[in-house]
Write a protein that binds this ligand. Structure first.
Ligand code: IPD
Ligand code: CA
Ligand code: CA
Length: 269
């Protein structure tokens, strides 16, 4: 597979999506609800349509998984694009400027390229398998923080924490007392990239979707960090449960996270 074409196409798609998101920020005609607190906006839909069209023009035979469109089948079972057209929709809907577009390319079940673009500050994180991770062209590496008590972490929550089977609130509370702090920034894809470039030392969340993590997980690994499931087993993108770190604090973070509840362990399998 020609990854050069993949990279060029993904970047063109991210640029086009970025224009749409910037234009619609603060200018939404309204918001819709997928469920009680799960928002979707015209920006999510327009961004995804643009990304899909850009990919389809170059790779008409590739499958696409987009958050808003689901799976779009095509001839090639080996090639798949995984798109979150707007990660951080709740932030976006409130004009809180922390969101991104996330685009990953997978070949034979392995993510080979990932791109996460924040159009507000023009930060573009990208990685190609085996070739390192980059922020606006500069190579990035995960932090050198050695212990949990010196770490800054992030996590996230399902849209409706009150009714969620696993709210992640006990884990959040417990770990907040063990480190410099636990941020809840509202964009899992950017959180992962922040671990990759050393602004954060670790991140965990339960019940994410493949489009939230496909690009970010590759970017962390290519920056020298580690990605597993929360109990330490191999990370499976489709499970949605993720623990990511600079690698150095991984064992300690995993141990403390798993002390919190049986529930977390059960879900992480
Ligand atoms: C959400 C964000 C958020 C995470 C949620 C996701 P969306 O994605 O990544 O940080 O906590 O679990 O659903 O809905 O804004 O694309
Ligand atoms: Ca998302
Ligand atoms: Ca989204």
């Amino acid at each position: 597979m020609d990854l050069e074409r993949v990279r060029t196409t993904a970047n063109r798609a991210a640029d086009a999506a970025g224009w749409i998101l910037r234009e619609k920020l603060g200018n939404l005609s309204g918001i819709d609800y997928k469920s009680a607190f799960n928002i979707v906006t015209e920006a999510d839909k327009a961004s995804e349509a643009e990304v899909i069209q850009t990919i389809r023009e170059v790779f008409p035979k590739h499958r696409i998984l987009g958050e808003e469109s689901g799976t779009l089948d095509a001839d090639s079972a080996e090639d798949r694009w995984i798109i979150d057209p707007l990660d951080g929709t709740t932030n976006f809907a409130h004009s809180y400027p922390f969101f991104c577009v996330s685009i990953a390319y997978e070949h034979k079940g392995e993510v080979l390229f990932g791109l996460v673009f924040n159009p507000v500050n023009n930060e573009r994180f990208q990685a190609e398998k085996g070739a390192g991770a980059f922020l606006n062209g500069q190579q990035i590496i995960a932090s050198a923080t050695e212990t949990l008590d010196a770490s800054l972490l992030a996590t996230g929550f399902p849209p409706d924490t009150k009714n969620a089977k696993h709210s992640n609130i006990p884990e959040f509370q417990y770990l907040t007392d063990m480190c410099h702090g636990v941020r809840r920034d509202g964009s899992a894809a950017l959180d992962l990239c922040y671990v990759a470039c050393g602004r954060l030392d670790g991140f965990w969340e339960f019940k994410l979707n493949a489009w939230d993590v496909a690009a970010g997980a590759l970017i962390i690994r290519e920056a020298g960090g580690i990605v597993t499931c929360p109990s330490g087993c191999d990370f499976e993108m489709e499970s949605g449960h993720i623990l990511a770190s600079n690698g150095i604090i991984h064992e300690e973070l995993k141990r403390e996270l798993n002390k919190v509840s049986e529930h977390a362990r059960m879900l992480a399998k």
